[in-house]
Ligand binder design. Structure first.
Ligand code: PLP
Length: 415
């Protein structure tokens, strides 16, 4: 019983009113490091990977971590140690995945605009699959393969015209989205590839969107795939179902139902003898990190106070980019509450440089520290130098050990 408790106890929680990651109190972090700073829990990453594997263990899929969600080299090394592969969308991501030691035979390459030089690099590295997203890309790969007298393994990404029921900006599987090819094009290009001396059709791939909390869109997507496979009467060695499984950002227990998704896939696999590939990003890394920020000023206003923080949209872009809501909590808890609304904003000269509005929060003071939750996915990987602001440091916590896994950029490096 005690073992079970220790295994499942939260990796990030308040202990004596101080937010603690594993065994490290964040007061220790702010004494040692400048803010803003990304802070990851190693145990949480490993726990998420184990849970993901366990959810689909009956058909042991190839799990390719979506590098775009987090491309920190040390995080990728950790992920590699758990046996995962990588899903990449650029030559840079492919290079960093290989640098992390990920086996090229566990790497899939997606993206609508892979350039000739990116494709040459991927072909030379003999990666598992290049998932093609247009007729033109297929012809480009064929011409490279011909010049090298090589047969290249490819997949075709289908646009299943399925609504993922997620934020519009991160929906990718509807016909108005730029991703994948239509069913008609799929049929046409698959015939072409079957007759090519230089292309090997290995995979049907899909990815309908991100932060999906309902399993039903996946059911619809698999129905579309099932019908298409029957139509073209072809046995794909791999079916790549992409990623997209959502996480509980609002902490209201709206969780993705892995059990149902597993059942749906198992049913599908009774009809089709293929190896399943997944490309999860957010579900592995999203809730494993926080961003610590210091309050620079508090600007009082008649209706609300502006909490001006040292973190901004360049450090963590999801709220400005898609209106994503991330919980904000104090680093040190007190019981003094305020009835005033707070607008948590950054110092950047953009109105969208705002993280959240709260109606009820603990009374804050200048120089207090706050925490933005669940920033592991599309956090540091989306950060930029907008306003010539250096990117934050990233640290990894394992018990009471704190390691710097990316140094804070220096101004001189970017000027
Ligand atoms: N695969 C592809 C092709 C993607 O574009 C993405 C992200 O949008 C992912 C996988 C990862 O998605 P998620 O982080 O939602 O699991």
């Amino acid at each position: 019983m005690l073992l079970m408790y220790l295994k499942y106890q939260k990796k990030m929680k308040y202990i004596n009113n101080i937010f603690t990651v594993e065994k490290s109190r964040l007061t220790k972090v702010i004494e040692k490091f400048e803010t803003p700073i990304f802070c990851y829990s190693e145990k949480k990453i490993n726990e998420n990977i184990s849970n993901f594997k366990r959810s689909f263990k009956s058909f042991s899929p190839i799990i390719c971590f979506s590098t775009k969600s987090n491309c920190n080299l040390e995080i990728l090394k950790l992920i590699k140690r758990s046996g995962l592969g990588a899903d990449v969308v650029s030559k840079g991501e492919l290079m960093i995945a290989l640098k992390a030691g990920i086996n090229s035979k566990k790497i899939v390459f997606s993206g609508v605009g892979k350039t000739r030089s990116e494709l040459i690099y991927a072909i030379d590295k003999n990666i598992l699959l290049i998932n093609c997203e247009s007729k033109s890309e297929i012809l480009e790969i064929e011409s490279i393969a011909k010049s090298k007298n090589k047969k290249v393994n490819i997949g075709i990404r289908l646009n299943p015209n399925t609504d993922a029921k997620t934020i519009k900006q991160i929906s990718t599987g509807k016909k108005e989205n730029k991703f994948g090819v239509s069913e008609k094009t799929f049929i046409e290009v698959s015939k072409y590839i079957k007759n090519s001396k230089f292309l090997n059709l290995k995979c049907l791939s899909v990815h309908i969107g991100s932060q999906i909390l309902d399993h039903k869109p996946y059911q619809k997507m698999l129905n579309v795939i099932d019908k298409l496979i029957k139509k073209i009467n072809f046995n794909f060695e791999y079916i790549d179902l992409g990623g997209g499984m959502g996480i509980d950002y609002n902490k209201d227990n709206k969780k993705f139902n892995y059990k149902k998704y597993n059942q749906i896939i198992k049913k599908f696999l009774k009809k089709h003898k293929s190896k399943i590939v997944f490309e999860p990003g957010r579900s592995i890394i999203g809730d494993t990190a926080i961003l610590i920020s210091k309050i620079i000023y508090i600007k009082e206003n008649s209706k609300k106070d502006f909490i001006i923080m040292d973190a901004a949209m360049n450090d963590f872009m999801r709220p400005a980019l898609y209106g994503a809501k991330h919980k904000i909590i104090p680093l040190k808890k007190t019981n003094k509450m305020t009835k005033k609304s707070y607008d948590f904003v950054g110092p950047i000269c953009e109105t969208t440089d705002k993280f959240l509005t709260t109606n009820k929060f603990q009374k804050l003071n200048e120089k207090d520290y706050i925490i933005i939750c669940d920033v592991g996915a599309y956090g540091s990987s989306l950060s930029s130098n907008y306003n010539i602001r250096p990117k934050p440091a990233e640290i990894l916590i394992k018990g009471s050990k704190i390691s710097v896994i990316k140094k804070r950029q220096k101004l001189k490096e970017i000027i």
